[in-house]
Structures are given as C-alpha cells and as structure tokens.
Design a protein around this ligand. Sequence first.
Ligand code: UDP
Ligand code: MN
Length: 292
Amino acid sequence: RLKQHTLMVSPSWRLDVWDPVSDQAFVTLATNDVYCQGALVLGQSLRNQRLTRKLVVLITPHVSSLLRVVLSRVFDEVIEVNLIDSADYIHLAFLNRPELGVTLTKLHCWTLTRYSKCVFLDADTLVLSNIDELFERGEFSAAPDPGWPDCFNSGVFVFQPSLETHGLLLQHATDHGSFDGADQGLLNSFFSSWSTADIHKHLPFIYNLSSNTAYTYSPAFKQFGSSAKVVHFLGSRKPWNYKYNPQTGSVLEEGSELVTQHQASFLKVWWGIYHGSILPLYESIRDEQEHA
Ligand code: UDP
Ligand code: MN
C-alpha cells in the first residue's frame, strides 16, 4: 500500500520518494505511567526506523497529564479508552471478571476503524529494524509463543480494525472468559485456527523475539538472533525494572538474577533510547512549562 512516486530528474538518476501511509498504524497500549515508559521507548524505536505509518497509543484514565503530554510528542494519536463508559455488556464483563481489565482494554484496538490495517505491539517490545513488511500480512497474524508454540504470543500481531470483530471478541470474553486470564488466552481461543489454517499468518520468531524466557534454543539464537527485528521483554521483569549507568552504558542487574549476553545487549538498546531520547523530552517539557 506504500505509494511510490518516481521523480525523473534525469534519465540516469532516479529519486524515489516514499509517501507515508495514513490509513495504517502501529498501535500500543499503556494503562498506567509505568507502562507508558515502555510505550515511549517503543514509539521512539519505531520512529528511528524510517516510520511510514501512524503511531497510536491507547491509554486509560489512570495515565497522568504529564505522561499524556510526553506521549503526544512521540505518538501521532494518544487515545483514551474507558471501559466504564462502554456498552453495558462490556461493563458487565468487566465487573464479573475484573482480571480481564487490561485484556478488554487491549481489545479496544479493534475500534480504530479509521485505519484499514494495524500492527499491535506490546509496550514491552522494542523495534530494532524497519518492520513495514508486516502490513503485507492479513488478520490475524502473530508469532508462536515460546512457551507453547501451538499458541501465538499476543505481544505482536497484525489486525484489521472492525467494530463487528470488536463486538464478537467482547462477546467471546463475556461467554468464555480467558484461559490464562489475559488477552493472549482470549485471542488464541477466538482466532483458534491460527496454528493450522494459514502459514502466512505465522510471523517469523524474529518479529517477536522473547529475550528473557527460561528456555532458549541457544544454537538457533546464535544463528538467527542477530536478525531480530522486534524484541519482547515478556515476563515479570521489564526493562524499566533495571538500573542503567549512562556513563558506561551498562545495565545493572539487581539481586542474583541472571542476565544473558543477548538479553543484556537488548536491555542496553532499550536504555540507550530511554536515556538519549525520552528523558530529554521530559526536560524540554518541564522547561516549556516553567517558561509558560
Ligand atoms: N499493559 C498495561 N498495563 C498493565 C499491564 C499490561 O498497559 O498494567 C499492557 C502493555 O501494553 C503490556 C501488555 O498490556 O505490554 C501486555 O502485558 P505484559 O507485556 O506485561 O505481559 P507479558 O508480555 O509479559 O505476558
Ligand atoms: Mn509483553
């Protein structure tokens, strides 16, 4: 869908100009100020890779006004979604199953119908190279989960916004809940033919490389790890839980937890962006507010 214009400047010299595609978007979610740090680094990592799509972040009312301002400097759209304001059946599902709160919030991405196709990325992912080719995939495309490869991991997926699909997903949540209490279980039972129906909907693992799972296939990591395009810091320890030394550029471990070599290098990239691009944003916003 990328429109390519060719300027014929001289017969021997061709200049290609790429138009941004305004009806497709990268989408993430942050329900609190902590996850906003992840969303900011993710958004900046996408901007660093010749961004050609819109950048959208979904937030909830808990996100502070300062973070909304910071987010608006990185994202094209900061959209507040509020479950309580939603239709009755969503409200009911939310009340009966409070653990589905974040899950139902993630499903709001299907309501972004001004976009014809989107790529959702968890706020704990980091983009290392241009991933525009994901927009050539259809709904519902995702990469296998490292813990159970017949299921997809819901940290990175291609979807097509549709109020009808959104309604069906909410209905499914109300009727069946989620087998893991989160969005991944719900989405896997809704898109249950993913593992068998169409191999094009299996994204390569390099689009959702989990950096910190207990089991890794080390020789494969050696062979393919350097082609990673999206890193996913899944699990309970997130990049923002580590400490960073800006002088040495090293990420400090806390406690006795083991950080592998490749994990450490991805954490360094995350912190490099946070320190180099996100913290200065806070400073400039503070300066602007002081001089206002
Ligand atoms: N999330 C959020 N607030 C939370 C928990 C999760 O905004 O309190 C969003 C965020 O985008 C996050 C995604 O939901 O990346 C999925 O949660 P998480 O990444 O923590 O799960 P994991 O990938 O570790 O299973
Ligand atoms: Mn995640």
